[in-house]
Design a protein around this ligand. Structure first.
Ligand code: NDP
Length: 297
């Protein structure tokens, strides 16, 4: 079997298109422009790239982008004061604090100071609780993107065996909750899981969020399974230079799987698209307007 390639880049463009359409309508009919505030503390180069990209895509879908760049030695009190100001700003519907934060800042405290209704990353403890109890939440962007790709490919996920490899708060755990919400039978695997290949072989859906380059190989995959590769790892090429690979060994897995996401061009582009979708959703909820179809969990 040669797997169908799930084109996350194309699907992300479709999501951005839907967001842009809805934003245009919000402006025209209600005079409302959704706004996303991104807070960056320090000069981490990777974070700077992400923040630039988020700002650019926010403007491209017609939303307002507010960037707050703070120096690496910003005090916790000053950061919390900025978040408080953004929480109370009616032009701001979504707030994202770029992680990781410098060591002297308490990440949990900072994230939990964001108003849950504006927490477009879905990391606030209230949103974690709402998702865990099957209530309307702000859902973390990367797992939401994976869910959208799976729903688009399969339609219903009901009754499927899903194995999520990784139990982080930002990917593995919310991914498992979302799959459970769509009535999958869910297994969460991690570094202590016994006989991981055998666990993965039972899966109709495999979501790999491990952070280990090409760890999941074709021999672990059930014939026809759908493989979602969340991993982003930069490895050295034998001929020099580097390249991006996922947590799945693409060639061997694609020879067995029914469908697979590539790296790059799979889950990666969905993350920012879902951030824009979440900002739109937050704006609609803040204004008691109907939410757009197909852009939430
Ligand atoms: P974390 O490091 O927070 O979590 C990794 C998880 O993998 C842990 O639960 C860990 O288990 C588990 N794990 C590690 N080694 C093994 C192993 N040998 N066997 C089984 N499980 C193992 O990573 P994240 O969840 O933040 O990210 C995972 C990957 O996804 C990374 O490659 C990251 O770059 C990528 N990513 C991509 C995004 C995107 O936009 N596409 C967004 C976010 C992340 P344990 O808990 O027992 O230690």
């Amino acid at each position: 079997m040669t797997a169908t390639v799930i084109d996350g880049k194309a699907f992300a463009a479709t999501v951005r298109g839907k967001v842009a359409e809805h934003v245009a309508q919000l402006k025209e009919v209600h005079g409302i422009t959704p706004g996303l505030a991104v807070v960056l503390v320090g000069e981490d180069p990777a974070s700077q790239v992400y923040v630039r990209s988020k700002g650019k895509q926010t403007v491209e879908v017609g939303m307002n982008s507010y960037e707050h760049k703070l120096s690496a030695d910003t005090s916790e009190a000053d950061l919390l004061a900025l978040i408080d100001q953004l929480n109370n700003d009616p032009a701001v519907h979504g707030i994202l604090v770029q992680l990781p934060l410098p060591k002297h800042l308490n990440e949990d405290l900072v994230i939990n100071s964001i108003s849950p209704a504006k927490d477009v990353d879905g990391f606030h403890i209230s949103n974690v609780g709402l998702l865990g109890t099957g209530q309307k939440a702000m859902v973390p962007c990367t797992p939401l993107g994976c869910l959208m790709l799976l729903r688009d490919y399969h339609g219903s996920l009901s009754g499927m065996n899903a194995v999520v490899i990784g139990r982080s708060n930002i990917v593995g755990k919310p991914m498992a909750q979302l799959l459970l919400g769509d009535s999958c039978t869910v297994t969460i695997a991690h570094s202590r899981t016994k006989d991981l290949p055998e666990v993965v072989r039972r899966a109709d859906i495999v979501v790999a969020a491990v952070g280990r380059p090409e760890m999941v190989v074709g021999d672990w995959i059930k014939e026809g399974a759908t493989v979602i590769d969340v991993g982003i790892n930069r490895i050295e090429k034998p001929e020099g230079g580097t390249r991006l690979v996922g947590d799945v060994h693409y060639e061997s897995a694609a020879a067995v799987a029914g469908a697979i996401t590539p790296v790059p061009g799979g889950v990666g582009p969905m993350t920012i698209a879902c951030l824009l979708a979440n900002t739109l959703t937050a704006c609609c909820r803040a204004n008691a307007l109907p939410e757009p179809d197909g852009l939430t969990a």
